[in-house]
Design a protein around this ligand. Structure first.
Ligand SMILES: [Zn+2]
Length: 426
């Protein structure tokens, strides 16, 4: 394998509170002392750039098997690397979904063949993702599964969820939950409020999410299960999560760039590319999400990268599927919105993208020390640019970020002994 000497970068590793300009040497994919490199080492000048522990997106839809017209393992992981991620958690709502030990082992083989960066495969909590009968969680754990989720939905039956949490607790696995009460959310296609009324579209009230957040907190307290709340969108959810964490419950939450950037008013501008679950809500919700992320009550930034074909999105607001892409844009958007605006420090931003997801998924932290496998996200902090979907690595184009101005962008990732430069991936 190639040897590298990365020189002149600011190295920031929150796991050991390290922040300094220093050289970083890599040999056979492992961080070594610079003196150990031979004269053949490739010298890479990273003056003005940042080296961070590899970013991990814990909410991605890769669409393979079954929906490879939207995305596949190769294109999705390439988009992730181009977006600055060295790892991701793939949701199990493929076609067919990943539900059993057998499905999981088969998917592991497919991932080993096709993925550009390491992928953790999440497995469904209930059989067939139908919310009716629990999977055998202990057997899944023994097969190497790290997380469970019926994402795209959640079991509606509280008693089933209670038993799921008891079983997950026993198996030592976190439950990652998409909080939605269908009896309230359906058939809504956007947030219920003044805008949905003006557009004459069926709305989803905040209550659809908040009822399930409330349920999950109640069951987390009852069972002691590790719970992670996906894609939070409402101020009420944020308030409950903050209180639950202050109480000391083993619960965490994530937010997506689109919920930090947009409100339901943007549905008029972006149409189907602003249709996602949960929906974009109001300015007061957006402010509450920003505040919770910056203070750490929401500890994870993730994308909910949800690719769809143009034909599917062309069905219009009522019939188009929910979801937008974001793997390639999230880091640049968050650097712009959160770091360059002074809302959050770089160390805290790195915790949201790297440290917290690893902690929830019980993966080792990356401290960028000698002897550690090099898993790096390299960022050009100051570069100004406009987002463009033209050379996107993703197969999909259902993305509202085209043309947006950003400051700071992922320059490369280092993963499995290879330097993958964003420019060369596109
Ligand atoms: Zn979801």
């Amino acid at each position: 394998m190639q040897e590298y000497l990365f020189s002149g970068a600011r190295i920031l590793a929150p796991a050991r509170a390290f922040d300094a300009v220093a050289d970083l040497a890599v040999k056979d994919g492992v961080i070594v002392a610079p003196a150990e490199l031979s004269s053949r080492a490739k010298k890479i000048d990273l003056k003005g750039k940042l080296i961070a522990p590899g970013f991990f997106d814990m909410h991605v839809h890769l669409r393979e098997p079954g929906q490879t017209h939207k995305e596949d393992i190769a294109s999705g992981t390439r988009a992730a690397a181009a977006g600055g991620f060295t790892g991701l958690l793939a949701m199990p709502n493929t076609d067919p979904p990943i539900c059993s030990v057998e499905d999981f082992l088969q998917q592991q083989k497919l991932l080993a063949q096709k993925a550009l960066i390491p992928v953790l495969q999440c497995v469904s909590l209930t059989q067939g993702r139908e919310g009716k009968a629990l999977n055998e969680l202990m057997a899944l754990r023994q097969a190497g599964v790290k997380a469970l989720s019926d994402d795209g939905g959640t079991p509606q039956d509280e008693e089933l969820m209670r038993r799921a949490m008891l079983a997950a607790k026993e198996a030592g696995l976190p439950i990652i939950d998409h909080c939605e009460d269908y009896s309230i959310s359906r058939p809504g296609v956007m947030h219920e409020g003044a805008v949905s009324r003006r557009l004459g579209l069926p709305g989803q009230p905040r209550l659809a999410e908040e009822r399930m957040v409330q349920r999950d907190i109640r069951l987390c307290r009852e069972t002691g299960c590790r719970v992670h709340l996906q894609h939070l969108s409402s101020a009420g959810s944020v308030k409950m999560l903050r209180q639950a964490r202050q109480e000391g419950l083993p619960i965490s939450g994530e937010v997506m760039p689109h919920h930090l950037l947009f409100t339901d008013q943007d549905v008029e501008k972006y149409g189907v590319n602003a249709k996602m679950a949960p929906p974009l809500r109001e300015e007061s919700d957006r402010q509450a999400l920003l505040e919770a992320l910056c203070e750490g009550s929401i500890s994870v930034l993730a994308t909910d990268h949800a690719p769809h074909s143009q034909a599917e999105k062309a069905l219009g607001m009522l019939k188009a599927p929910f979801g937008i892409t974001g793997l390639e844009q999230a880091v640049a958007l968050c650097l712009t919105l959160l770091y360059h605006s002074g809302k959050i420090s770089l160390a805290e931003l790195i915790k949201r993208f790297s440290c917290a997801p690893r902690e929830i998924l019980q993966m080792p932290q990356l401290s960028l020390e000698i002897g550690e496998t090099a898993e790096l996200t390299i960022i050009d902090l100051e570069q100004k640019h406009q987002l463009s979907l033209q050379n996107s690595c993703s197969k999909a184009r259902n993305c509202p970020y085209e043309g947006m101005s950003c400051k700071g962008k992922p320059w490369a990732v280092f993963s499995q002994g290879r330097l993958l430069k964003t420019q060369e991936l596109k």
